[in-house]
Design a protein around this ligand. Structure first.
Ligand code: ADP
Ligand code: MG
Length: 238
């Protein structure tokens, strides 16, 4: 099982510096939440971790592997997107199992892993449905199921609940907490929602302008914000 280490991680798009030297150590099994305003670099940092963006400089370690040049599929990570990115023509079961099909996993193993994921997400009765026959919350659970079947060491979530209505978001937060306890995997979760961050995180990392402003347990950030930006972002009720 893997923790994660970022050493002076930087990313530029052309002449624009977007991630400006991020140092971070994440313990195995930790639930870390990146928060910060729109455009501060949360998705970019997550995509660099997943291998979907090149790293301009610095080091990314996942477990004991330096991952700067490692292919996404060999990093032991799975990413869940805000947009779900489901395959519309496939059933829930086929969506769950598609990455295993691509990896040429034997049918028996595929079926077992799909059923395990369905059980964890309580979706056994929905395996034959197409995404268009599901609610928003169910679709998001399919996206999470697709990550679970791959049994990653590290889960990356990019604002996975922001397309859901408020009541459903609260339910899904509970489910994600349970999932974290059940799987014991490392999770990095991006949101711009302070409440989501406060309730889910073992540790919150506050980003602004591509830099870490402060990191710590939710209660510590709330009680002792390092600066006005953190105070405004974490402390003040809206
Ligand atoms: P967040 O997820 O925190 O809203 P992003 O990581 O998506 O922020 O973006 C951070 C900054 O990087 C933004 O200014 C965005 O416009 C810029 N950016 C992101 N992706 C690209 C890209 N492919 N090319 C150029 N600029 C980008
Ligand atoms: Mg984003």
């Amino acid at each position: 099982m893997s923790g994660l280490k970022m050493k002076d991680l930087r990313k530029s798009f052309g002449a624009v510096d977007v991630i400006k030297g991020v140092d971070l150590e994440i313990e195995h099994g930790e639930f870390v939440v990146f928060v910060g305003p729109s455009g501060c670099g949360k998705s970019t940092l997550l995509r660099m971790t997943a291998g979907l963006e090149d790293i301009t400089s610095g080091e990314l370690w996942i477990g004991d592997q330096l991952c700067n040049d490692v292919e996404p599929r060999d990093r032991g990570i799975a990413m869940v997107f805000q947009s779900y990115a489901l395959y519309p023509h496939m059933t829930v079961a086929e969506n769950f199992g598609f990455s295993l099909t691509l990896a040429r996993a034997p049918k028996e193993e595929r079926e077992r892993k799909v059923m395990d994921a369905a059980k964890i997400l309580q979706m056994e009765h929905l395996l034959d449905r197409k995404p268009s026959q599901l609610s928003g919350g169910q679709r998001q659970r399919v996206a999470i199921g697709r990550a679970i079947v791959r049994q990653p060491e590290v889960f990356l979530f990019d604002e996975p609940l922001s397309n859901l209505d408020a009541a459903l978001r609260v339910d899904m937060r509970m489910e994600l907490s349970k999932l974290h306890q059940q799987l014991g995997a490392t999770m990095i979760y991006v949101t711009h929602d302070q409440i989501e961050a406060m309730t889910l995180a073992d540790r919150i990392v506050v980003l602004n302008g591509g830099e870490v402003q402060q990191q710590g347990a939710p209660i510590d950030l709330y009680n002792s914000p390092a600066n006005l930006f953190v105070a405004g972002f974490i402390g003040s009720p809206k």
